[in-house]
Design a protein around this ligand. Sequence first.
Ligand code: NAI
Ligand code: 15L
Length: 265
Amino acid sequence: MMNRLLITGAAGGLGSMCRDRLKHMAKTLRLSDVVEMPPAGENEEVVVCDLGDKAAVEDLVRGCDGIVHLGGRSIEDTWSVIRNANIDGVFNLYEACRNTGCNRVIFASSNHAVGFHKQTTRLDANALTQPDGLYGVSKVFGEAMASMYYNKFGIETASVRIGSCFPEPKNRRMLASWMSYDDFVRLIEAVFRAPKIGCPIVYGASNNATGWWDNREVGFLGWEPQDRAEDYRAVVEQMEEMPAIDAPQVVYQGGAFTADGIHEE
Ligand code: NAI
Ligand code: 15L
């Protein structure tokens, strides 16, 4: 059990879920977001902080043994929004780790770092990045920062290219990309349980029959996703008509993100 685990993005979808589900991992959970969150409960600390504020992020990270870094812009946006949260924010986080001695991070990367790969291609950790927007580029940047801070300073990060992490798959694409909350929690536990992780790329998906990703390189983590999007197929197929065969959501791994333009300021 860690002394103090920091969860950034704690007001968001995954952050709120982790707030409920990771209590057993540390004596204290430090929960942070740029927006207000429900007040601190037992063994919790709540800190409102903009990831773009370097001094505030250093104060935020001080005293933490590990970080689940979920905070940031989680979809496509203007460059200024992406830059503050996902570029400056990641730099500030790793500088804070370096300056305060925090040595293990889970970085919530995204399938949009490789979104322009076709759905017919199977990817492993060595695949070329093919970001599908400014958001995807920011996740590639985050992974690169993780790598540099590991090689230079020994700060270990698991960069998790999360597919689609929601209570259940919401469309046909997610029958391949979905990761259940339970499987994500199991992955976080595995990453913090392992004595040494290095700086791996992990594809964050459940045990989906039609999945695109090969996690053999991270077998050493002992993470075995248990849930299956297939269990939801009938409901999903009823919910969404079959798209045209050349629609981005059936051609590219990143789906509709590949067809989005640059968001002007
Ligand atoms: P979310 O949008 O619900 O949560 C992100 C949180 O980050 C929000 O509460 C937001 O207020 C906070 N945030 C934004 N800008 C910030 C800033 N400048 N400073 C501090 N906090 C800031 O997103 P969700 O779904 O919970 O995702 C969490 C992380 O996982 C994100 O980094 C996202 O990119 C990544 N991810 C999520 C996937 C999913 O399927 N849920 C898929 C791939 C990646
Ligand atoms: C992401 O990176 C987003 O954060 C999430 O909201 C979903 O859009 C997900 O990818 C996805 O591709 O389904």
